[in-house]
Design a protein around this ligand. Structure first.
Ligand SMILES: Cc1ncc(COP(=O)(O)O)c(C=O)c1O
Length: 390
């Protein structure tokens, strides 16, 4: 057998692919499995954007290689969106780079920023790609615990002085996956100051910027003079339901964008131009309001059903998840039992070593599917809840 690279030892199977395999195995045996684990929006993108994509695809020139950094039109639309949403001015020429979604951008920016042995600070719980990207490139990932509900903000005080001094990157993500928390600007100011003091980079993942139910999302670029220390990741996957299209953007200091862009241009060849045409149009469209209303109703449904079952969680202020502490504290066991009972949920341990006491439910499923899945989950949790009551 040909040997694999040593770095493959630092690369576990992707957790949601593993869940999909297990689900496929059960389904092949005839089981009916409802998947509340994965976050794959069921609500379609706005129909006019699909029409724009189709029309743009009909142009012969559309099929050529795209510009490396993205079309001027989409980069300008991103800059306009920053001005409207955050009152922040960004230069579409030097401070924006269009990416194939944010997952690959997170890996490429980490490749551009860290040397083997460097420290990267990853939230626990947090989106698994931060940890994966750090360890893939030989960095030492140091967990930053999030404060208790409902704030769920990174507790940088828990990081040792030595690790903080060695940190090259701090990853943050608000509105937050998996907790649904939205960060106040004051917290973002602290993270920028933390990074500035150490010449580190604040990677702010804005994947859910459009999906806020209470309060509002903030850009780290609202903090004065933050730009040289900030890279922000945008995506059209969740706020526009365009996850299959693979389009995102990086925004930040010109020297950081240049470095990540150099990786991007060497590794891939950009986003299909018609997708960029439709993505630019999406930024002026009110479809995120439509999605937000649906997700809010689903959030209230899930929080209500959980409360009826005896599990009270604060209603998440943003994103598309409910982060559920499980009675007994063993989220892996609950996720396994739930899958056997016909409902997939994401085990908390997928989001960090200190998060095993939770499971995550995604709201990207119809109300009927959520109801069916929650009924099954309730049946799994009932014995533990009864034991807790005694
Ligand atoms: C916090 C966060 N960042 C990034 C991504 C990746 O999104 P995409 O690659 O579709 O842009 C996700 C996907 O669920 C996410 O939850």
């Amino acid at each position: 057998m040909p040997r694999l690279a040593d770095r493959m030892q630092a690369l576990p199977p992707y957790v949601f692919q593993s869940i999909a395999w297990q689900k496929a195995k059960l389904t092949a045996r005839g089981a009916d499995v409802v998947d509340l684990g994965i976050s794959d929006p069921d609500l379609p993108p706005a129909p006019p954007l699909v029409a724009t994509l189709a029309a743009a695809t009909a142009r012969p020139a559309a099929h050529r290689y795209p510009p490396y950094r993205g079309t001027a039109g989409l980069r300008r639309a991103v800059a306009d969106w920053y001005r409207q949403e955050f009152e922040v001015s960004v230069d579409p020429e030097r401070e924006v780079w269009i990416t194939l979604g944010s997952k690959e951008a997170l890996v490429h920016l980490t490749l551009a920023l860290v040397n083997p042995g460097d420290v990267v600070l990853v939230p626990d719980p947090g989106y698994p790609s931060y940890r994966m990207a750090g360890s893939l490139f030989g960095a030492r990932t140091v967990d930053v615990p999030l404060s208790p509900a409902p704030d769920f903000l990174p507790n940088l005080g828990a990081v040792s002085t030595a690790d903080a001094a060695a940190a090259r990157v701090l990853y943050v993500n608000y509105p937050n996956n998996p907790t649904g928390a939205v960060s106040p600007l004051a917290a973002i100011r602290d993270w920028v100051a933390f990074c500035r003091r150490r010449d580190a980079v604040l990677v702010s993942d804005l994947a859910y910027a459009e999906l806020v139910y209470e309060g509002r999302a903030h850009s780290a670029l609202e903090v004065p003079d933050a730009k040289p220390y900030v890279l922000e990741c945008l995506t059209w996957s969740k706020g526009h339901s365009m996850q299959g299209w693979r389009v995102g953007a990086l925004v930040g200091g010109a020297h950081l964008i240049e470095a990540v862009g150099r990786v991007e241009a060497n590794v891939n060849a950009g986003v299909f131009v018609p997708i960029q045409v439709a993505a630019a149009e999406a930024l002026g469209h009110d479809h995120p309001d439509v999605l937000r209303r649906r997700y809010r109703a689903r959030r209230d449904l899930v929080v209500g059903r959980l409360a009826e079952a005896g599990i009270c969680i604060p209603a998440p202020a943003g994103a598309v998840y409910c982060w559920v502490p499980v009675p007994g504290g063993d989220g892996d066991r609950v996720a396994r039992a739930a899958l056997e009972a016909g409902v997939a949920v994401a085990p908390g341990s997928a989001f960090g070593p200190a998060s095993g006491g939770y499971v995550r439910i995604s709201l990207t499923h119809s109300e009927a599917i959520l109801e069916r899945g929650l009924e099954r989950l309730q049946a799994v949790l009932a014995p533990n809840l009864a034991a807790r009551a005694h």
